[in-house]
Structures are given as C-alpha cells and as structure tokens.
Design a protein around this ligand. Structure first.
Ligand code: ADP
Ligand code: MG
Length: 229
C-alpha cells in the first residue's frame, strides 16, 4: 500500500491558544519503506502519526491510501480500512490488564468479527519470542515482553503498515534493543512497511529514510553524510 500525505496541517484551539501542531506536511510512504521521524517533545510527531494512520483528521490537506482519498470515506469505511491495513504500536503498550497476552493479541480480530488464525498466531509468537507467555496477564510480563505482545496485536490483522510512536520510550536500553531487533525482522522477514517515531539515534539509523520534525515542519535528512574535505 502506498500512503501519500499532501500538505497536511493540524491546528488545535483558536485565538491566543491556537497551536499549529502540523504545518503543511507532505510525505510519500512506499511499500517496504522503513521511515524514522525524530524531533523534540511537542514538535508534532504523534499528531503526524495519528493523521497518517487515520486515527485523527487534519485541519487541511489530503491523505490517500493507494490513491484513495481517506477523508472522502465515511467514518465507518475509514475505520474498517484502518483496522485492516494499519497496525499501531504505542509507547505505553496499552494492553488491557484483565486479558491474557493471547486475548490482547486477538482483540483486533474480535472487534472486526474475524476468526483467529492459530497458525499465524503461533508463527508471530515465535518470531516475537513470546510463545511461552501467551497465558500470562500483562502485569506478569516485563516491559519488553509487553511491548512484544503489543507488536503481535498490531500484526495479527496482517496489516501492510506498522506505525510505532516511540515504541522503546518506556524500555531500558536492552529491552529497547530487542524490540527494535524485532521491528527490523517485521520489516525484513514479513515485508511490512514501518514508520517509527523515536528519540534514539540508533533506532533512527535502522531506517532507509530519516526525517526530522521541528515546530510541525517535516524535513528529510540527507541520506548520507558528505564530508566537505
Ligand atoms: P510530540 O508527539 O512531538 O511530542 P504532539 O504531536 O503530541 O507532539 O503535539 C504537538 C503540539 O500540539 C504540542 O504543542 C501539543 O501541545 C499540541 N497538541 C497535541 N494534541 C493536542 C490537543 N488534543 N489539543 C490541543 N493541543 C494539542
Ligand atoms: Mg508524542
């Protein structure tokens, strides 16, 4: 799936409390891309990810998935499309505390009235190293394991694209490294497109295209650093 944003802007509030969270951002996300976006706190990173994934609506601008205008769809059509083609990974995991890992992972399918594919669940659990943890509740898991469960939940609907908003932000450096290794495999072995927000330059370095955002303005970083000498 190709995702194209044209001049997306998001303005919150009005008058003196007006905030331009996103300022005419254009971006093409091609199948198989691994894109990183870095930027200071409050620069518009989460806003951009929410807009690109159709979780929120822009004040102005266009967003297309395979040339289909997302905001010309009804709310219902748009959320159905989002549920099937996009997986979202949050910094805070957002697992439901009373459900087991397995139940959390399968939740998006239940919401979409789809049957679980046991073979795919097993394959995912293996890839993510959580096969032995599926009957555990979130509080019985380490942070890194919880985030891996959340990644499995994002992948269970077989989406084309994974959006991750600071997925290692709540993890120590070792678990963060493991989570990134897994996202690398999700890109390489499963062929998923990945768009990741991060503060970690090591993480950003894994991407094939790196962007930065400052005050709502997105800019691509040079693909390579050139020496002036
Ligand atoms: P980041 O993820 O880079 O830290 P955000 O995208 O969350 O930044 O926020 C960008 C700007 O928009 C900030 O100034 C933030 O305060 C503002 N903002 C975000 N969400 C809202 C909202 N729901 N209402 C008003 N302002 C918001
Ligand atoms: Mg944020």
């Amino acid at each position: 799936m190709k995702i194209e944003a044209k001049e997306l802007s998001k303005i919150y509030g009005e008058g003196e409390s007006l905030v331009t969270a996103l300022d005419r951002v254009s971006l093409q996300i091609m199948p198989g891309d691994f894109i990183s976006i870095t930027g200071p706190s409050g620069s518009g990173k989460s806003t951009l990810l929410h807009l690109l994934s159709g979780l929120d609506q822009p004040t102005s601008g266009r967003l297309t998935y395979d040339d289909k205008d997302i905001y010309s769809l009804s709310d219902r059509e748009r959320s159905a499309l989002r549920r099937r083609s996009i997986g979202f990974v949050f910094q805070q995991f957002h697992l439901l505390p009373v459900l087991t890992a397995r139940e959390n992972i399968l939740m998006p399918l239940l919401l979409d009235k789809r049957q679980p594919d046991e073979a795919y669940l097993e394959q995912l659990s293996k890839l993510l190293g959580i096969g032995g943890r599926l009957t555990h509740l979130p509080h019985e898991l380490s942070g890194g394991q919880q985030q891996r469960v959340a990644i499995a939940r994002a992948l269970i609907t077989q989406p084309d694209v994974i959006f991750a908003d600071e997925p290692t932000g709540n993890l120590d450096s070792k678990s963060g490294g493991e989570v990134m290794e897994i996202l690398g495999k999700v890109h390489e072995k499963m062929g998923k497109t990945i768009v990741i927000i991060t503060h970690d330059s090591r993480v950003a370095g894994m991407a094939n295209r790196q962007f930065s955002i400052v005050d709502g303005v997105l800019a691509q970083k040079a693909a390579q650093k050139w020496s002036l000498r």
